[in-house]
Design a binder for this molecule. Structure first.
Ligand SMILES: [Zn+2]
Length: 172
């Protein structure tokens, strides 16, 4: 695992991941699977996003992808070199691909995703040397917090039936 670049202090990484976790928590409140992401250039936050799949009905509305888009808008160009993507969950194939396309410098994620993780678990897009761009990956930062948030979201959802029973009809 590559070392954290000296240009980004550990406190910055922690602060960015906390911001991503906060976005994930807010998403859970809206019934979205709680995943949050931040794109930052050093200390400068360029974008904060959370999963919006349910709200938008868009299968590509993942936190990381939305944050990458917003950061590119903020910088006025698609190339996000010098930037770090922080994600509360290991990016899926699509988002790891988007990070590659954006030429990000670095990815930091909290919890691994054994079912879709493409940044070291099922595949390792960031470090696939056949690709024309590779980038550093660091993981495990606030992993417990991110995993707990996801677990409690799914536990809550299982408790609730998918189609809540209609309230009893009270004749007026
Ligand atoms: Zn994704």
């Amino acid at each position: 695992m590559p070392e954290r670049p000296k240009t980004v202090p550990e406190e910055t990484d922690l602060a960015m991941m906390r911001r991503a976790l906060l976005a994930a928590e807010e998403a859970a409140g809206r019934g979205e699977v709680p995943v949050g992401a931040v794109v930052a250039r050093g200390e400068e936050v360029l974008a904060v996003a959370a999963n919006e799949r349910e709200m938008t009905g868009d299968p590509t509305a993942h936190a990381e992808l939305l944050a990458i888009r917003e950061a590119a808008n903020a910088l006025g160009g698609w190339r996000l070199s010098g930037c770090t993507l922080y994600a509360t969950l290991e990016p899926c194939p699509m988002c790891a691909g988007a990070a590659h396309a954006a030429r990000l410098d670095r990815l930091v994620y909290a919890a691994p995703d054994p079912k879709a993780g493409y940044a070291g678990t099922l595949h390792d897009t960031p470090r696939d040397l056949r690709l024309n761009h590779t980038f550093a990956v660091q993981h495990g930062l606030l992993e417990k917090e991110a995993a707990t948030l996801l677990r409690s979201f799914f536990k809550d959802r299982r408790k609730r039936p998918a189609n809540p029973p209609e309230p009893p009809h009270v004749p007026g």
